[in-house]
Design a protein around this ligand. Sequence first.
Ligand code: 13P
Length: 249
Amino acid sequence: MSRRIVVAGNWKMNMLPGEAIKFIEDLAPLVEDAENEIILCVPYVDLFYALLSAQNTNIKIGAQNMHYKESGAYTGEVSPQMLKSINVEYVIIGHSERRQYYGETDESVNKKIKAAFEVGLKPIVCVGETLEQREAGKAEEIITSQTEKALEGLTNEQVENTIIAYEPIWAIGTGKTATNEDANRSIGSIRKKIVEIYGQNTAERVIIQYGGSVNAKNSKELFAMPEIDGGLVGGASLKVEDFNTIVHS
Ligand code: 13P
């Protein structure tokens, strides 16, 4: 079965609203013919402007995090309902930077994924090993365990609508990309875990992206690998030209 390629930009804590508007206005005409699906995950304050700018284009908009509760005394947090109310379509869940700096756990990731589906948001779930774990030969064990815990209790249909981003932490923002074969093998092991739990049909439908120093030069080869269904792109998603090239990979 052939899956679609999904190219998502993760702007992280970059881009003011004015810059977001200009970026989308510049990008839209360049990518209107693109076959691959395009998502931009932008900071909260950019969401509304990005959604307006992306109207009538093939660019979809996502957030980078959210709380799992609907409302309440959680100062500084944003709920799934809030994102949904302005028509946000995607949300990144469990990015390694959130796991590393903000106490995100496998358990909170699982709650957030369920909360996303409850309101009709599509989650982009990040998994990935540290350099230390990799050097200790534990990469596969870590990423398959993160995947299993993230997806726990989901229906097959929900799993099929989850995008997973395999992002080895040592490759993020470092300029060091996993080799095509390595990334393909790791993603294959994630898919195999999904086969074990949810069966072949479901596993074959799940989009699994690679993330970590994807750029305009390496994206084509990475996305050509049979297991790699596109990318979650950080730094290179901040430049219209580079992101356009990646989208057309
Ligand atoms: P870079 O592409 O900057 O390495 O970031 C990857 C990433 O963390 C995307 O979520």
